[in-house]
Design a protein around this ligand. Sequence first.
Ligand code: HEM
Length: 279
Amino acid sequence: MTALPHSPWAEAGGDFTIGLRPIPEAAWLEGGEAEPAGRKDRLLRRHPELVWGERPGSRTAQAEALELVRAAVGAAAATDGQPPLLAAARAVPDDLCLMEKVDGAWRLTALSLCAPSFFTAADALGKSLAELHDPVDGFSSRFLRRVERIFDALRPGLILERRNWTVVNSGELFTPHAAPIRARIADIPPQDAGRILHLRVERQTLRRLPRTGGALFTIRIWRAPLESLAGEPERLAAFARAWRTARPDFRNYKGFASYDTLVEAFLRAQGESYSVNGV
Ligand code: HEM
């Protein structure tokens, strides 16, 4: 069974964090998908408004984003008359989000979003950092100013990476809407929890577009069934700890209450005895 390349629950536990760290340019995009264009083209045909959007005036910065992607992956990113950010996104597994400062606020001016975690291109396009994070409890009081400053101060050449995690009862990549997935939770037999519940990890990067002053935000989704932790006692214990000590706002935002019984059934089946109270 494929193990996830990242275990963000082991570092951040069950709390929201900014968690941005510099990475070398060679480590910018992780690759690892043979034909991202085929997957993305199918979604674009079926759900154009969910997976793609651009604001007028964003093409110059889009073209700069395409240059960076081309430099990273080689000549694979041909435009064939497509908007440059879309051409760039077809060449990589990652979703690509172009941020530009418009009237004093960092806004999403174009995006290709084929592995959404419960949001859509139509909803997100044009939103500011504050509006994008409105559903995240505590974001504006704990993080917004700092994140805006990071966007303002981002040095050309510096690449930042962050990761987050959640548990969801689906291994699909394309999950624009939460409701149809959450509606299936009640039908999951506890003995199948490890197979049906999935760890969903987002690996995100951020870098400046030096000429236009925009910023390119990338999102790569990795997922694996919970049972992929079964043979790895340390990762399993770190997950159990993060799950059982997650902060209430983090748990609420990610809907963990509806998975508690199932996750505990899985952990017990693994003999995972860690307890918050040490019992
Ligand atoms: C680089 C700085 C950023 C930081 C520190 C940050 C932080 C966060 C945090 C803490 C969450 C809650 C989920 C989690 O990560 O655990 C979140 C969710 C989200 N972020 Fe960001 N974010 C950043 C940039 C962006 C950008 C550039 C976009 C533009 C697409 C974006 C779009 C979102 C969306 C759509 C959500 C989900 C909100 C929802 O539930 O509807 N973030 N972000």
